[in-house]
Design a protein around this ligand. Structure first.
Ligand code: MN
Ligand code: MN
Length: 472
């Protein structure tokens, strides 16, 4: 039989039966290409001023207010609300026409990124130089943090209870900080011949912050003292204030266009601010919707979602209860449960794109690729899907149909070969409520590095996908 088919027929068959992944650049109309690049500019501006979860919350609140969202703890009536949890979580909602009890459309992204946190007693001196000791947060390759400009961001609560926000190293006038690396001439035994996991120690991620002493030869710890003097003169901080601080060391510098064609964005913290920003624009521009749209921006994803600002906390539930109250629906326990149980969610998180130089760790037919649109990941986990919430076929069908109908360019992908490693997202913590959930986000190269790479085309399709999702 098959030998009898004409070339034309075979081609027809192929078109009808085979799924062909689409490269976003191939299918964008001229008007849409412009939108892709305009979206990227707004997204880069967000990346530049939201390098920590606290900064992201501040920025999202400003955005929300501009778009007419009201603080739900003070609002009386209306349809657009937000709520902040301990300055590290924020959630926005646009109340739809359907009753809340029938469920919400939820997009949950995270606004924390891998970084170096200061230890509780960070400041010390060694060989006449002053340093800060750090404890890394999230999954980093330690060597990527050496010999590069670093910035200091964070919050200090002083003895008198006053708050201080630190942000040093981003403007051209600011100094930066750095972690010195060993010269190659002397690195053979202590670094080069060792396994990478042993060659770079967390305890050596010490940040250089000064080299001019005060006093004279007799003065004890005079390099450390000079830094303390500077901190006191500039900010009114004493050493003990650092105990009640959260100071994060992040790569200094702005998001940049990458490539002659400027088609890519290179920046720190795109995991997961790319999904967060896409969700933010999508919820911000909603007018009226059938189903209530909820954009949830959470903290602590990179260290397992524990803590009062992580996905395992009850903040989402609390906010949905507030929504019931403010809209006048009966906020009973069973109504709340029904609402969450009937909801649909996108766990909006990035995925690792097929790395051209390490293709062997991926399974090419099921790896996300740069430029092929927003990636739907049915399951994550490792060692036999362990730790995955694994989306239902029925829910996959809904999302696939939605994206196809709205011309969202999408792909599917899983993180690496079956036995290679793996990772999880917050999908499983949302699934606890019984809601449908699937991972859906932007593929990145150099994921979890100080300079992650995203395609502007994929970034835009992520936004377009989230927008379609909220509009159902
Ligand atoms: Mn992530
Ligand atoms: Mn991550």
């Amino acid at each position: 039989m098959k030998g009898n088919l004409s070339k034309k027929k075979v081609e027809e068959l192929r078109k009808r039966l085979v799924r062909k992944p689409e490269l976003v650049w191939d299918v964008l109309g001229p008007g849409e290409k412009k939108k892709v690049f305009e979206f990227a500019e707004r997204y880069k501006a967000f990346l530049d001023s939201a390098k920590t979860e606290r900064e992201a919350v501040r920025l999202i609140e400003v955005f929300a207010k501009k778009k007419g969202f009201k603080d739900i703890t003070r609002a009386r009536g209306g349809r657009r609300f937000y709520k902040i949890n301990r300055n590290k979580n924020i959630v926005l909602a646009v109340v739809g026409k359907k009753p809340l009890i029938s469920g919400v459309n939820l997009i949950a992204s995270h606004i924390d990124s891998p970084r170096l946190d200061l230890k509780q007693n960070p400041l010390y001196e060694e060989v006449d130089l002053a340093f800060l000791k750090t404890h890394y947060y999230g999954g980093i390759k330690k060597y990527q943090w050496l010999a590069r400009p670093l910035a200091v961001h964070g919050k200090v609560i002083k003895k008198d209870g006053s708050h201080l926000d630190l942000d040093v190293g981003e403007s051209d006038h600011d100094p930066v900080f750095t972690i010195a690396d060993l010269l190659p001439h002397l690195a053979r035994k202590v670094q080069t011949e060792k396994k990478v996991s042993e060659a770079f120690e967390g305890e050596k991620l010490n940040v250089l912050v000064g080299s001019v002493p005060i006093g004279d030869d007799e003065t004890k710890e005079r390099f450390k003292l000079a830094v303390l003097q500077y901190l006191f003169d500039t900010y009114g901080i004493v050493e003990e204030d650092l105990v009640s601080s959260e100071i994060e060391i992040v790569p200094a510098g702005k998001a940049r266009d990458v490539g002659w064609d400027r088609s890519l964005i290179g920046a720190y913290g795109q995991d997961d601010r790319v999904c967060a920003y896409a969700a933010l624009e999508a919820v911000g521009e909603l007018k009226t919707t059938e189903t209530t749209a909820v954009a949830f921006f959470i903290d602590k994803e990179e260290i397992g979602s524990d803590g009062s600002t992580g996905a395992k906390s009850r903040f989402l539930e609390d906010f949905v209860a507030d929504l019931f109250e403010v809209t006048g629906e009966q906020p009973s326990g069973s109504a709340l449960r029904s609402c969450l149980m009937s909801s649909g969610a996108l766990s909006a998180d990035v995925t690792g794109a097929l790395d051209p130089d390490y293709q062997d760790v991926h399974e090419k037919r099921n790896a996300a690729r740069i430029g092929y649109g927003v990636c739907i990941t049915k399951f994550t986990g490792s060692r036999g899907k362990y730790g995955s919430s694994d989306a239902n076929a029925e829910y996959m069908a809904q999302i696939r149909k939605l994206f196809n109908e709205n011309r969202v360019v999408w792909q599917t992908g899983e993180l690496g070969k079956v036995d290679e490693g793996g990772g999880g997202t917050i999908a499983r913590f949302l699934a606890i409520y019984g809601m449908e959930v699937v991972d859906c986000g932007t593929p990145l190269l150099s994921m979890h590095s100080p300079f992650e790479i995203a395609s502007k085309a994929d970034t835009y399709m992520t936004y377009k996908g989230y927008s379609a999702f909220f509009n159902t």
